[in-house]
Design a protein around this ligand. Sequence first.
Ligand code: PMP
Length: 414
Amino acid sequence: EPRPSGGAEGTEATNEGDFGFDPAARLAERDQQGLRRTLQPVEHVAARSRMASDPGGEKPRYGAEQIVFAANNYLGLTQDERVVRAAREAAEAVGTGAGASRLVTGDTGLHRGLERDLADAKGTERALLFSSGYAANVGTIGALDPDVVFSDALNHASIIDGCRLSDAETVVYDHCDADSLAAAMADRSRSSTPDDSWLIVTDSVFSMDGDVAPLADICDVAERYGAWVMVDEAHATGLYDGGGIVQREGLSDRVHVQMGTLSKALASQGGYVAGSTALVEQLANAARSFVFSTGLTPPAVGAAREALRIAREEKRHEQLWDRVSRLRSGLEALGYDVLGTTQILPVVIGDRSDAVALAERLRERGIVAPAIRPPTVPEGTSRIRVSPMATHTEADIDRCLDAFEAAGQELDLL
Ligand code: PMP
């Protein structure tokens, strides 16, 4: 069928092709595969450990109050009044937007201050802010321009995209397996030339499995070949006395690139890379997501700086670990299979429809925790991802456990 010409009246339509897109057909394909996702108005979910049920909605579908176990706001700082005040003060002092790329006129003392604090927390000379963790990974791997990247099989999508954009040859090693990495490096070394550059990149805490990369072993292997190590601390930043797993393991001097995000425990938005002065200066020149993107918005910088101060000076993480161990041992006592060793508790259910049904039953009982299905996780390992926050009370944890018990029995999962 010819498309409307859209031209002036009397103009002959010339149909010489149909080179457009058909997003509706692509959505239909996703529908058919059961892979379509829809946005839900849940901004309040990410921010609070408690939420009113759908505040904008007509009639509450679930109970009046929901307890959220689905946020990355691990220290519960997004609504801390000091953090909120810092965001407001940054907007008042500097403005609501940076107005330009940092390299043009978007650089402020506020940005420099947070970068100094991050470098201090990460034990490095310098740090550099990006507009998101995603942008930090993509820009950094691109700017390093490695010949070969050795990448953990379960690394975050932003690392995978960074590898793709960088033109590097990417060698994927088995998840959290330093022996697999060593074997891959030994194999690849046979065809390498002396001026090749190699980058090993791994998440420190994996977001869907809640486990931790064997960073010291990875550094050992890296040092045999003089390769660089880059660690994504998105889910660890701020949780270990203000630092991440790299600090917990005492590896600040052996990890060349410490990347992280401000959007999880630091209650804000934006990403960072911490490392040597030379690295940071090079990234500020060559990371395209830094050079060609507006500086981080001042309120985000102000909020993250205050959240980092609180994470370093107060012991909120101790409350988080207390809630985590209460929840983990309670779930295991019920008979659930809980993966990982961190604040991310993946409760493996197996079948995807069981996981979805369980999430729905939990929701009916006032507990918000998402079902994670293929393709995000392998077939047969669908799970509920439960993440407690420092601001959950012991009673909140017990309510979560009660819901898991009742819903699991109803569905015959226990
Ligand atoms: N790395 C990891 C491991 C992540 O989980 C995420 C966020 N989901 C990112 C990077 C990206 O961070 P941001 O949300 O700040 O873009």
